[in-house]
Design a protein around this ligand. Structure first.
Ligand code: SF4
Ligand code: SF4
Ligand code: SF4
Ligand code: FES
Length: 948
């Protein structure tokens, strides 16, 4: 159990190695040069009263409470803004200081409501604490004068209130919004006594630019900005450090609790991925854990046309095992398989793939990571030797040039985006390569040096054109290449990219980007200092996803931007545990640690440990399982924590595959869309209800800690164990800790990982082994993992998905800040106020040509299918391109995506679909039929129905 209140040192730590010595209240103190007197005192255990200072923000010096006296100097300087120097003699408690501080506090309290006992912040209010600390006993001015006590509360934000009557104008919120979050939504309006915090001229928070990250709420020392959950539940009693279960940033949180009830989630200051910051999802959108839609009892049914019937765990497990045994006896051992989830823990994922390989006796296991970042694994292991990003997030603080390609960090990876924006405000240059004008292109105090609004599907061509400029203009870092890369491969590659057909001028003819812009971006990347590339699914989810990843890797090698802080190739992972799901052996061809199933040595080790013979041929990938089901040879599927009907491409094909199976088992929190085709439902547990680990985009392994008992009775790992036992395959573990011990024993990059080490260090980045016992923040330092870096030829091959007269527009997809993937969790929180439905972004020119007005229903038709959604007319998308999100099942965006996929990994080509858009009257026929089926399929039989 952790503490609620962490020490606040008042100002940030200094990173200088040089130290100075001073005396504070008679005590000799040695601290780093550049430390404030306030922090030096706090580090020595001497508390200096403060209100406007907090150690997550730059010192501001406005409240005048932290005054000190310094021997030999006149006046009473603020200790938060005065830095230490050698030999200073400081007093923090003198009669003069005490009197001054009481005077300051008197002024604050005379204009503050005296409702401490009933205030939600009672016990967690710095104003209250400081009144006590300075010994305030009376307010000589009385409370009758001019004041702000009658100001109205702003309750518009679903998660926090703004009670201006309690505001002391310390500006911590304004600075948090600027410095930590980088949104600049708040200002202090007016002067002197009239100064008030404002979310924009008269705007309510909900109508302002605020993105609800909560940094201001956390920074506020009073009850002015307060979480509604604290007002409702009361002050927390204990806390547990755990990890966010949404995106691949992997923010660390203190779950602040009363008993087994979460009061609030507070980003953990010592979290190495997030450094005390979070976004709206991790901080606020956890209410789904107790949502009424959660299914808490196992259910079965004979046919997907029947209503569900609640049964005991024993009955559900026995039925599942007998169905899988029946199917294997009738159709063969390979007729069943399993799907692991990037939402689940490493331990759970490892167990599912173990169950499939050792329990089912085949390699038919795949993961949702297939549909997002499998090209990252393939591309980076081919070129560098490791299937993962090269840096930690801290690295961005050392970057001089940042390329963001096919990613939208302010929506998809918001906490990383805040750190990136900070670096950009400090002067780093930004290149954005994206069909859409994402927020980063122009946002307060930031403007990209170059935006390359390329046509969807032309990544490889544009990346190769950047390489063309680097090679033909003599910008290659020859020293790096000679020392670290395979020279023969480099020469072959250099000759290839230098060909005229790869020049910006040639590529500009079809990629939608001016040649001069490509040239300028290439020059900046190659010559601007430390250059880092961050990319997302806009790179991987293409028919040439793996080629694009290799093209990115080539650029970093050619310019020597690998192997130190500030550079590198950084995949921004979508889901919390995409990296972990891949590491744990979820792909049909790979055991944990990326050892191929045909590797006799690796297989022998697992066979020895698990006591079974393993199959040496790779099993089926998800699309192959669905094809085989349609062809009648694949009949049973166990899906843990995935909604393939909504998240995989070509929904109608997925539906046909699932409908052709005889036993589909879905293990999830809610009856998701895939469950409409399921025969057995195992209720799942949330991240708040289980122990385990997630591995984020930096390869950082972090603990997930149970803060409440599983409401469904069992953690997900326990369900897999029980299912295996029912099948007759025993896996013996008493706690996820032991599963991690096994993972460490069989996976070379995890050799040094244990829960004890994670508890001690907070987190570790793999590889963590004898060579790197505390993990590896930056990879490929002093040489590539594979030996010599390998340049790969990146021939551009246009996707078969072409526009033409029938389908003249290109549809591409992405995420929005407030919602998460298929929305199963975020749609069950108050986050819906920001995004009630998916909309189709369409350029004004294309809209006008088709007679589409803002808000109209629009039919979107592709070669695969048709859906309908409402239009949002915007020039964020170029003419010829339309865009939508895929968070709502009603939209069925994947009804129109095709089954084209990456040549190397089968990652679906979500990002390029040729479509036509026309005005329509409402949902398409398929949508309406599907809704009817879904409503029917979700019925749970009443006890009376069951009795009949
Ligand atoms: S919640 Fe975040 S974005 Fe909104 S005002 Fe506060 S700090 Fe700014
Ligand atoms: S809202 Fe809170 S943090 Fe902001 S100025 Fe007022 S008291 Fe300070
Ligand atoms: S940035 Fe990602 S990991 Fe962090 S709080 Fe938001 S969703 Fe969670
Ligand atoms: S804490 Fe130093 S001036 Fe406010």
């Amino acid at each position: 159990m952790g503490l609620i209140h962490e020490t606040d040192y008042g100002t940030k730590p200094s990173t200088t190695a040089k130290t100075v010595t001073l005396t504070i209240d008679g005590t000799k103190v040695e601290v780093a040069e550049g430390t404030s007197i306030m922090r030096a005192a706090m580090e020595a255990g001497i508390q200096v009263p403060k209100l406007c200072a907090t150690d997550t923000l730059d010192a501001f010096g406005s409240c005048r409470l932290c005054l000190v006296e310094i021997q030999g100097r006149n006046g009473t300087p603020a200790s938060c803004t005065t830095l230490v120097t050698d030999g200073l003699v400081v007093s923090t408690q003198t009669p003069r200081l005490k009197q001054l501080r009481r005077g300051v506090m008197e002024l604050y309290i005379s204009d503050h409501p005296l409702d401490c006992l009933t205030c939600a912040a009672n016990g967690d209010c710095e104003l209250q604490d400081m009144a006590g600390a300075v010994g305030l006993r009376e307010v000589r001015y009385g409370y009758e004068g001019e004041n702000h006590l009658g100001l109205a509360k702003d309750e518009s934000n679903p998660y926090f209130t703004f009670d201006s009557s309690k505001c002391i104008a310390c500006s911590r919120c304004v600075r948090a919004c600027e410095e930590t979050q980088g949104t600049f939504a708040l200002t202090i309006e007016g002067r002197g006594f009239g100064s008030r915090v404002s979310a924009g001229a008269g705007d309510a928070f909900l109508d302002s630019d605020c993105v609800s990250c909560g940094a201001c709420v956390q920074a506020c020392p009073t009850a002015t900005l307060t979480e509604k959950s604290v007002i409702e539940i009361g002050q927390p009693e204990h806390s547990v450090v755990t990890t966010c279960a949404y995106c691949g940033v992997g923010c660390s949180f203190k779950a602040e609790m009363r008993g087994e009830e979460v009061v609030r989630m507070v980003p953990y200051k010592d979290g190495k991925a997030n450094r005390g910051h979070s976004c709206v999802k991790g901080r606020f959108a956890w209410g789904y854990a107790t949502h009424k839609d959660r299914i808490l009892n196992p259910m079965i049914r004979a046919s997907i046309k029947d209503p569900w019937r609640e049964v005991s765990w024993d009955e559900a497990l026995a039925h599942a095992a007998s169905e899988f045994k029946r199917i294997q006896a009738k159709y063969g051992r390979d007729a069943v398989g399993g799907i692991t989830s990037s939402r689940c823990t490493n331990e759970e994922t490892y167990l599912v793939q173990k169950l499939v390989r050792a329990g089912f006796g085949n390699n038919n296991v795949d993961t949702c990571a297939r549909v997002c970042h499998s090209p990252t694994g393939y591309g980076l292991s081919t070129t560098y030797g490791t299937s993962a990003g090269t840096q930690d997030f801290d690295s961005v603080e050392h970057a001089d040039v940042v390329v963001v390609i096919g990613a939208n960090p302010t929506d998809g990876h918001p906490v990383f985006a805040s750190r990136l924006k900070k670096r950009l405000r400090e002067g780093a240059k930004l290149i954005v390569i994206d069909p859409r004008r994402i927020d980063l292109v122009r946002t307060p105090h930031i403007a990209a040096a170059h935006h390359l609004p390329l046509r969807p599907g032309t990544n490889v061509a544009v990346l190769t054109a950047l390489a063309h400029v680097i090679v033909t203009e003599g910008l290659v870092n020859e020293e790096f290449v000679r020392a670290n890369c395979d020279l023969a491969e480099f020469n072959r590659w250099a000759a290839f990219v230098a060909e005229e057909r790869n020049s910006p001028e040639e590529i500009a003819t079809f990629a939608g980007v001016a040649a001069e812009t490509i040239r300028a971006a290439a020059r900046l990347y190659a010559t601007g200092g430390n250059a880092a590339i961050y990319y997302g699914l806009g790179v991987t989810e293409h028919s040439q996803g793996s080629t694009s990843v290799m093209a990115i890797a080539n650029l970093a090698m050619a310019t020597g931007n690998i192997g130190r802080p500030g550079v590198g190739v950084n995949p921004l992972r979508g889901q919390n545990n995409v990296q972990g799901a891949c590491d744990m052996g979820s792909f049909p061809h790979e055991l944990s640690g990326y050892r191929h199933v045909s590797d006799d040595g690796a297989r022998a080790m697992f066979e020895g440990l698990w006591g079974v013979k393993l199959e040496k041929e790779p099993g089926l990938r998800i699309p192959n399982m669905l094809d085989a089901a349609v062809h009648g040879t694949f009949k049973g599927l166990y899906i843990q924590g995935e909604d393939i009907l909504q998240s995989d491409p070509d929904t109608r094909h997925v539906a046909a595959g699932l409908a052709a199976m005889e036993c589909v088992i879905v293990q999830d929190l809610f009856l998701n869309e895939t469950a409409n085709y399921a025969h057995i439902f195992f209720p799942g547990s949330t991240f708040l209800e289980k122990d385990g680990t997630f591995t984020n985009a930096e390869r950082r392994i972090q603990r997930v800690r149970k803060v409440m008992s599983p409401r469904n009775g069992m953690g997900d790992w326990e369900v897999t164990l029980a299912f295996a036992r029912a099948l007759g395959f025993t896996m013996d573990y008493d706690h996820p800790r032991q599963i991690m011990d096994e993972i460490a024993a069989v996976t070379p990059t995890f050799k040094g990982v244990s829960y004890a080490k994670l508890d001690e260090l907070g987190s570790v980045q793999w590889p963590c082994n004898d060579k790197a016992p505390e993990g590896t923040p930056v990879m490929h330092v002093g040489g590539f993992v594979r030996g010599k870096g390998r340049f790969m030829i990146t021939e551009y091959v246009a996707t078969d998905e072409r526009v033409g007269p029938r389908f003249p527009l290109l549809l591409t997809t992405g995420r929005i800040l407030s919602q998460y993937n298929v929305g199963a969790q975020t749609r069950r929180t108050a986050n819906v106020v920001w995004h009630e439905e998916d909309r189709l972004e369409i350029n004004p020119h294309d809209a006008e040509e088709r007679g589409i007005r803002d808000g109209d229903w629009v039919a979107v038709r592709s070669r695969a299918g048709e859906t309908a959604l409402r239009a949002l007319i915007t020039d964020r998308v170029a003419a010829g391109v339309v865009y939508t999100t895929f968070h709502h099942p009603d939209t069925q965006a994947n009804v129109v995506t095709t089954d084209y996929s990456d040549w190397a990994t089968n990652c679906p080509e979500y990002k390029v679909t040729a479509v036509q858009c026309m005005p329509s009257n409402g949902p398409s026929d398929w949508q309406s039929r599907y809704r009817e089926h879904a409503d029917r399929s979700r019925r749970i039989a009443k006890p009376a129905e069951v009795a009949e």
